[in-house]
Design a protein around this ligand. Structure first.
Ligand SMILES: [Zn+2]
Length: 290
């Protein structure tokens, strides 16, 4: 089987594993050459199914060395920096999150934590030449690799630096690819009406990793609805974590209250029993959307 055929089969596998609803996303998985983003082989791959257990220190990830690029076209993570716990993420997980963005041709998207740019390229394929994607990456080595890897995409810009303080301007979609304690008010401000923010709310389990839920926040009807997309373990965005909210988020996860969130409140209000994660600027609420 040649690489094109492998990519096509892989895109079908991702479609079925992730329940992808966006046909252009499946097409992008069939087109973008993953091996070109990962640098020369050999590589090390692993299944992310045990990622949650790994993030709480219960088990070590088990990696398999591969030297044939065809082996990258499976539902596996690929090591970018083993000591730093940095991988090119699991295709089925990223597919679910990108699908939740509901990207359309011409859309403007932000990808925080773009790594080496593979999934940024997939987003760029969907928004097309009339759209644009801005990626940010705090790790300077990864940012340099993403800039090089994505140089053939005129609709992509990569910014090296802290994505938590970067202003992406008005966007139709945002994918936050690192764990935070709460949605950054700036991201909500920059989300256009009908825009989607996909953001992982995690509790830190190690200095670098956390476990939690990926949440889709949609700006609609003058408010921000919130729904859980997947559970996950992910690298933390340490600069976008609020120490005061860490214990509140942990308690909301342990009690199951986090699963009941329906919307993000931004109005000034007293804390009440419908506040799942109350804060002065954003509050995750389980009240009926009002
Ligand atoms: Zn509140």
């Amino acid at each position: 089987m040649d690489l094109d055929a492998c990519r096509h089969y892989y895109s079908e596998e991702v479609r079925l594993c992730a329940g992808v609803k966006t046909p252009a996303l499946v097409d992008a998985f069939a087109r973008v050459p993953r091996e070109k983003f990962l640098g020369p082989g050999p590589w090390e791959v692993a299944s992310a199914e045990i990622r949650g257990l790994s993030a709480v220190g219960a088990i070590q990830m088990s990696y398999t060395p591969v030297d044939d690029p065809r082996h990258l076209y499976h539902n596996v993570v690929v090591v970018l920096d083993k000591a730093g716990d940095i991988n090119n993420g699991q295709p089925s997980a990223l597919a679910r999150w990108i699908d939740a963005l509901d990207l359309k041709p011409g859309a403007r998207a932000y990808h925080l934590g773009c790594g080496v740019g593979y999934y940024t390229a997939i987003m760029a394929e969907i928004v097309g030449p009339d759209g644009s994607v801005v990626g940010s990456e705090v790790n300077p080595d990864l940012a340099a690799r993403a800039q090089e890897n994505l140089s053939c995409y005129p609709n992509v810009t990569v910014v090296a630096g802290d994505g938590a303080t970067f202003d992406p301007d008005a966007c139709d979609a945002m994918l936050i690819n690192a764990g935070v304690t709460h949605p950054n008010p700036l991201w909500l401000d920059r989300l256009r009406e009908d825009g989607r923010l996909v953001v992982p709310l995690t509790m830190a389990t190690t200095p670098k990793l956390g476990i939690g839920v990926m949440v889709k926040i949609a700006r609609e009807g003058g408010g921000f609805s919130a729904q859980i997309v997947t559970s996950l373990a992910i690298y933390s965005c340490t600069s976008a974590r609020d120490a005061q909210r860490e214990p509140l988020l942990k308690a909301a996860m342990a009690s199951g209250a986090l699963m009941k969130m329906k919307w993000v409140r931004r109005d000034a209000h007293e804390q009440s029993n419908t506040c799942v994660l109350h804060g002065p600027d954003v509050c995750l609420s389980s009240a009926e959307i009002g």
